[in-house]
Design a protein around this ligand. Structure first.
Ligand code: ADE
Ligand code: ZN
Length: 337
């Protein structure tokens, strides 16, 4: 094992950009499909993996929404989330802020409470079993209407004790953040944190809209912000966290090779970038794999890897004292490098 791999494995990390439905491994999908007696259009786990070839974000989303159809019961959402936390724990992840897509479930007749109760039960168990702290972020699907987003926010109201924030995901191009300005304002009024996918495939203008109209606390992805020097300067000045997902960018065609990935450039510019797995069951790796493959491809130094781990906590919604404790743990590991 290389010394950088050993360092990555030993560093405490937070994951801030993880769609729980995107952690649905084919083996578990088969098991739950059988349990719920649901037909899926694949015969074997290998058939499923072979279908995971994507040209772009929409290609992936088309199969991602089919995959989540087998999730029906509270136990299904528990099993899904518990499986993710098991992997996160193996990667020395100490804190997670995970997304879920309520509309992907309520639109097919699964109650909001079924999804959130199963996810929350597993998050609590992850805390008890491994000490992994957690927050849950509910995303609005941007290809659906503003009205549908407001209906989802209404459904969330009895569950606000379990939700720390709202996000915006799904197909980006043609669905600008501006469409969701009012529902984000209403979410902010409820005391919720705000994040949005922007600049994954969409132009820098979408990142400006996320900042100026949605008033987000973090940008998910943000890669295309690099095309606009003034925007980069602003993101640096505001120390806005970018939740970067290298293997996702590779699998969805954002970069043609991981050697072209902008992560090292982002750090060099002073951006607060950090590393995540996005939809690890679909993109071929959990968080450590994202660190290891990118570090190898773009030549990250140990100093840069340590900075990424620190950024993962600095960008989190944890209280300051908890962030300081995790940073001290990272310092303790880095002193041995
Ligand atoms: N939903 C799940 N993964 C996503 C991604 N990478 N971008 C937008 N929406 C998503
Ligand atoms: Zn994402």
């Amino acid at each position: 094992m290389s010394s950088l791999t050993a360092l990555i494995e030993r560093l405490p990390k937070a994951e801030l950009h993880l769609h729980i439905e995107g952690s649905f491994e084919p083996e578990l999908m088969f098991a739950i499909a059988e349990r719920n007696q649901i037909e899926i259009p694949f015969k074997t786990v290998d058939d499923i993996r072979k279908a995971y070839e994507f040209e772009n974000l929409q290609d992936f989303l088309d199969i991602y929404y089919v995959g989540m159809n087998v999730l029906q019961t509270e136990q299904d959402f528990f099993d899904l989330t518990h499986a993710y936390l098991t992997r996160a724990h193996a990667d020395n992840v100490r804190h997670v802020e995970i997304f879920f897509d309520p509309q992907g479930h309520t639109d097919r007749g699964v109650a909001f409470s079924t999804a959130i109760d199963g996810i929350t039960r597993a998050l609590k168990q992850g805390k008890a079993e491994w000490g992994i702290s957690h927050e849950l972020i509910m995303c609005f699907l941007r290809h659906l209407s503003e009205e549908a987003a407001f209906e989802t926010l209404e459904m969330a109201k009895p569950h606000l004790d379990k939700i720390c924030g709202v996000g915006l995901d799904s197909s980006e191009n043609g669905f600008p953040p501006s469409k969701f300005e009012r529902v984000f304002a209403a979410s902010r009024d409820l005391g919720l944190k705000l994040v949005a996918h922007a600049g994954e495939e969409g132009a820098p203008e979408y990142v400006y809209e996320a900042l100026d109209l949605l008033k987000v606390d973090r940008i998910d992805h943000g890669n295309r912000a690099l095309e606009d020097d003034a925007l980069v300067k602003r993101l640096v000045d505001e120390q806005m966290t970018l939740t970067v997902c290298p293997l996702s960018n590779l699998k969805l065609g954002g970069v043609s090779s991981l050697t072209d990935h902008p992560l090292k450039r982002m750090l060099g510019l002073g951006l607060r970038a950090m590393v995540n797995s996005d939809d690890p069951a679909y993109f071929g790796g959990y968080v450590n794999q994202n660190y290891i493959e990118t570090a190898t491809a773009v030549g990250l130094t140990s100093v840069e890897i340590i900075q990424l781990a620190k950024n993962s906590f600095l960008g989190s919604f944890l209280p300051e004292a908890d962030i300081a404790r995790h940073i001290a743990d990272i310092d303790a590991v880095s002193e041995t490098v």
